[in-house]
Design a binder for this molecule. Structure first.
Ligand SMILES: Cc1cc2nc3c(=O)[nH]c(=O)nc-3n(C[C@H](O)[C@H](O)[C@H](O)COP(=O)(O)O)c2cc1C
Length: 306
């Protein structure tokens, strides 16, 4: 049985629902020749800001006993000018869809970065990171405030007609109001979720494992949290949801599709297994074959809750 893996979202037509989570695939250049893009729907770049950012003090990443990782990269990135000068040409345009993740310290910065990118052809869209836990501005402070998120989204909308997803934090106890605010402000999709705030302690040295003390907790332990946010948001908004949080195999991905996600971002799993997208796509296809599902997109939102 052949399974149709394509996913249509408004103006977008993705070859598969698999995307890379921002910050886990660089600008596409680092994985270079080892990647076969045929299993990808697209990539999302590391978040790009107006000015270059050095990021947080090392150590910046650690593993946890619970099977996750905590990172405090602190949005280190080359900044928009260097990005346009030296990174744009390395993006896998033509091989897969390319989405640029944008972060800023203010509404104006988000707008300025997007404006500069409007002249770059071949970009499928943007993901607005309003939820990074490792920096004060552009982080939870900004991401926690639905008025701020609406202001960022509606202002960005005035300078681009491209597809825009807004990436939210999992820290909201209730996701519906902020999800709705982002959509009302013009979001074409929502990304759920970014990382949780976490930390680990080295008791022998009585020191935190991360230079920044706390960081963003990701990987398998995040999955149930992200899954609940995807499902809750899918009950109230009618835009596609891009899931992000702890997926390591095809069955994890099927769970997110059933809960209402249309696209699936692979993040931490890529550090352990850069070939994960091909394996995971095959596992999803196997599930479809076992259940006589001819199109992956038919599974979206098909969770039976009663
Ligand atoms: C090392 C690392 C760097 C990250 N950098 C970014 C970033 O720059 N922008 C962003 O929106 N999310 C960033 N994230 C969050 C991921 O895109 C993803 O949302 C999160 O890790 C949850 O997915 P996962 O459990 O599959 O890793 C980063 C995650 C990791 C592990």
């Amino acid at each position: 049985m052949s399974v149709d893996t394509t996913i249509r979202m408004g103006s977008l037509n993705l070859r598969t629902p698999l995307l890379t989570g921002s910050g886990t695939f660089g600008y596409g250049d680092e994985f270079g020749s080892i990647i076969d893009y045929s299993s990808f729907g697209g990539i999302i770049t590391k978040s790009i800001s107006l000015k270059p950012r050095a990021g947080n003090p090392p150590p910046r990443i650690c593993e946890t006993q619970s099977g996750g990782i905590i990172n405090s990269i602190g949005l280190a990135n080359v900044g928009i000018y260097n990005f346009i000068e030296s990174k744009v040409d390395t993006l896998p345009m033509g091989k897969t869809e390319v989405f640029l993740s944008i972060v800023g310290d203010s509404v104006e910065e988000y707008v300025e970065v997007v404006e500069k990118l409007e002249d770059v052809s071949g970009i499928a869209g943007y993901e607005l990171n309003v939820s990074c836990p490792n920096v004060r501005r552009g982080g939870l402070d900004l991401g926690g405030d639905k008025e701020a998120i609406a202001a960022i989204m509606s202002s960005v909308r005035t300078v681009t007609g491209r597809f825009v997803s807004v990436k939210l934090t999992p820290h909201y106890p209730v996701i519906a109001p902020v999800a709705q605010a982002a959509v009302d402000a013009g979001a074409d999709a929502l990304t759920l979720t970014n990382t949780l705030v976490g930390m680990e302690v080295d008791v022998e040295r009585r020191k935190p494992l991360l230079g920044n003390v706390t960081g963003g907790y990701s990987g398998p332990p995040l999955k149930p949290v992200a899954l609940a946010k995807v499902w809750q948001a899918a009950q109230v908004v009618d835009v596609p949801i891009w899931a992000s949080g702890g997926m390591v195999n095809g069955i994890d991905c099927i769970e997110f599709l059933l809960a209402g996600a249309s696209a699936l971002q692979l993040g931490s799993v890529l550090f352990a297994d850069p070939y994960a997208p091909g394996r995971i796509l095959n596992e999803m296809i196997e599930y479809c074959e076992r259940h006589d599902v001819t199109r992956l997109s038919d599974l979206v939102g098909k969770l039976e809750t009663r």
